[in-house]
Design a protein around this ligand. Sequence first.
Ligand SMILES: [Mg+2]
Length: 263
Amino acid sequence: MSVWNPLIKAVAATSHQNASAQQVVFCDFDGPIVDVSERYYHTYRRGLVELSLVYRQANCAELSITPLSKQDFWHQKQNRVADKELAACSGVPEDWFQRYMKQVEQLVNHPSLLRWDQIQPSAKTALIHLKQTNMRLVLVTLRHPHQVKNILQTKGLGHLVDDIYGASAVNAAHHNRVNQKCELLEHALEQQAKQGHRVLGSWMIGDTEADILAAQTLGLRSAALSCGVRSKNYLEALGPTCLYNELLEAVQFIADNRTWQAA
Ligand SMILES: [Mg+2]
């Protein structure tokens, strides 16, 4: 059920009557378009190394660190195992956890780690398909919009994205707060409706609870993707409209089955 304020709803209804207006599809960036798993894993490993250096200086003793494999680390991340638990099973003493998290937060957006981000294998094909089927792609992300624009341009995808709504804080994506995503999506909806684009009954595609809950709060359809930082089981429990493995599958359904548009 939609909780849009009446003004947004009225504007959206007007654009809905305009046959030439483009239908908007809202989409998250990290997860659906970018695979951040290597960056998160390298951040975790480097955080442990840097913490052990500080520990050695402070205690004149070695910290016994046992890092998880990439596969184990990502499996636990996808199932929302808490950072505290991940740190503990890697050898971080409880009273050193806060210092470890500080290291991680300082590192996660460092250029030497951002270079590990990769475009998801079928993302470019998905974006081209949206363009070819005359859908308007609007990114709603907790990354800074300048950072997103730079990545898209570097990877030759800039022309496939119509608009970007992002967060101003550099670490917002790492924190992944639901209420922040919700506010950002509401702002994007309002702006796109005011610009005359079709947003009624639209979709929000994303890989975390922040995306699904924001879509549900604002009365949008939600497509959850399991190629990101949450597992299929976890996403399923949130009750999204649809659940797919990757962006291309979601886009093929949304763009090729327009019956949902009439609703
Ligand atoms: Mg995401």
